[in-house]
Design a protein around this ligand. Structure first.
Ligand SMILES: NC(=O)c1ccc[n+]([C@@H]2O[C@H](COP(=O)([O-])OP(=O)(O)OC[C@H]3O[C@@H](n4cnc5c(N)ncnc54)[C@H](O)[C@@H]3O)[C@@H](O)[C@H]2O)c1
Ligand SMILES: N[C@H](CO)Cc1c[nH]c[nH+]1
Ligand SMILES: [Zn+2]
Length: 426
């Protein structure tokens, strides 16, 4: 963990180095991922089998989970968890239904009819992570917006380390109505979804979070298929004054650190005393966590505490870091929130821990990481839709705007373009 102070002379250099380190976080596995993708593309199921045996210690006859297996496993999910999944699904559905966009259709002043239609994608692949922890919540976050958008075929992949799966994942699949499920993880899953194998027909777009291998693989197959964003190892940035309980903030920082040794947790505060109290609380809590090995690596290597003179200074720093999650633990969070341009999702006030958004808030928890929040947004219904525009001219409307088209076609040296308009003008 680095302790940085804006009043230190070399703060700018230290901060820039910290920012640059994150920018490179998803590329250092690019060689390995490239090989896996090329191999799956060339050898299909045989390659998927080899990588699954190597990385997940699992070698099934078929990667497709049968309906019987799904039903049997889901039945083992505790009732309390099933109820919680329903609560989450209801809230996620309500928020995402509000995102359904409006088509555009109008006739302009010269009689041209113009339209823009939103249509659902036909086939999407959703990646549900499952290496270190299992993520039934991510399944809901991926699948429910796809359903709401109207996607016809939803293909899910999830790793099953040592052939095991948390029953809650398959209970979540039932809640979301996902039936085509393959027990494949990592870069090999992304390659199979993008290029297809003998047993898995390819998809048009791949969405969902995952570790550095998954994030890099999505980046590499982009173009062959669409992707949502780079949703890699989790990140949290907490802006907090000294009116917070240090322990609350420490738990928040560790909530993301425990996801992955490459996760990132940052505190920005205007009180050095508070900063020290949070650092001490983090160290205390770490000792008690079952996820201590991962969380302490993440905190040690990617954690930072930045002491500023005034919390207003946090905004330019935050916009440069472009973190996945931002917590604003102050009395007037909206004032700071209005100035934030680069973040995946914001959590306002002292009683909104980021973890509530991971599960039951309603907004999506599949969010851009590794500074991609500078140009990308979290998963939404829009990711599962595309737009088709339309035009209709009648004879009169073509007379009105056609001459300008002919002039531009001639200016571009494209006579067939000019001719196809001119021939209709008579
Ligand atoms: N940004 C988001 O929206 C978001 C949401 C939820 C989870 N996450 C992130 O998802 C990730 C989940 O990670 P995970 O590891 O638990 O599960 P995962 O499913 O993402 O990755 C597991 C797979 O990684 C591959 N792998 C592991 N070691 C490898 C190696 N040495 N070489 C090649 N491939 C290897 C294996 O194929 C394995 O199946 C975490 O980083 C978490 O922070 C992000
Ligand atoms: N915090 C993760 C997104 O970075 C999402 C998640 C799922 N389960 C717990 N957390
Ligand atoms: Zn989380």
């Amino acid at each position: 963990m680095q302790l940085l102070k804006t009043t230190d002379q070399n703060f700018s250099n230290q901060f820039q180095a910290f920012v640059n380190e994150r920018r490179e976080a998803t590329v250092d596995v690019s060689g390995t991922v490239k090989e896996i993708i090329a191999d799956v593309k060339a050898r299909g199921d045989a390659a998927v089998k080899e990588y699954t045996t190597r990385f997940d210690r699992y070698s099934p006859e078929s990667f497709r989970l049968s309906d019987t297996f799904v039903t049997q496993q889901a039945a083992q999910c505790p009732q309390e968890v099933k109820v919680a999944l329903e609560v989450a699904a209801e809230r996620i559905t309500a928020f995402h239904q509000k995102q359904l966009p409006q088509n555009i259709a109008y006739t302009d002043e010269v009689g041209v009819k113009l339209g823009l239609n939103w249509v659902a994608l036909t086939t999407v692949g959703i990646y549900v992570p499952g290496g270190r922890a299992s993520y039934p919540s991510s399944l809901l976050m991926n699948a429910l917006p796809a359903k709401i958008a109207g996607v016809e075929r939803i293909v899910m992949t999830v790793p099953m380390p040592s052939g095991e799966i948390n029953p809650a994942v398959l209970a979540a699949a039932q809640v979301a109505g996902v039936t085509e499920i393959y027990s494949i993880g990592g870069a090999q899953a992304i390659a199979a979804l993008a290029y297809g194998t003998e047993s898995l027909a390819p998809v048009d777009k791949i969405v969902g979070p995952g570790n550095a291998y998954v994030a890099e693989a999505k980046r590499q197959v982009f173009g062959r298929v669409g992707i949502d964003s780079i949703a890699g190892p989790s990140e949290i940035l907490v802006v907090a004054d000294d009116q917070n309980h240090p322990e609350w903030i420490a738990w928040d920082l560790l909530s993301q650190a425990e996801h992955d040794p490459s996760a990132q947790s940052i505190l920005i505060t205007d009180s050095e005393t508070f900063a020290q109290a949070v650092i001490t609380a983090v160290e205390q809590i770490l000792k008690t966590l079952s996820t201590q090995a991962v969380a302490s690596k993440s905190w040690e290597n990617h954690g930072a505490v930045i002491v500023v003179s005034d919390l207003a200074e946090s905004i330019p720093l935050l916009n440069q870091l472009a973190p996945e999650h931002v917590e604003l633990c102050v009395d007037e969070p909206q004032q700071l929130a209005n100035q934030i341009r680069c973040a995946g999702s914001m959590f306002l006030g002292r009683h909104t821990p980021e973890a509530i958004g991971d599960y039951v808030g309603g907004p999506n928890h599949v969010l851009p990481t590794a500074r991609s929040a500078r140009f990308a947004s979290g998963l939404s219904v829009y990711d599962f839709m595309k737009r088709i525009t339309s035009l209709q001219c009648d004879e009169q409307a073509l007379q009105t705007i056609g001459k300008a088209a002919i002039s531009l076609a001639q200016a571009e040296g494209l006579p067939a373009h000019a001719g196809s308009v001119a021939v209709r003008l008579g």
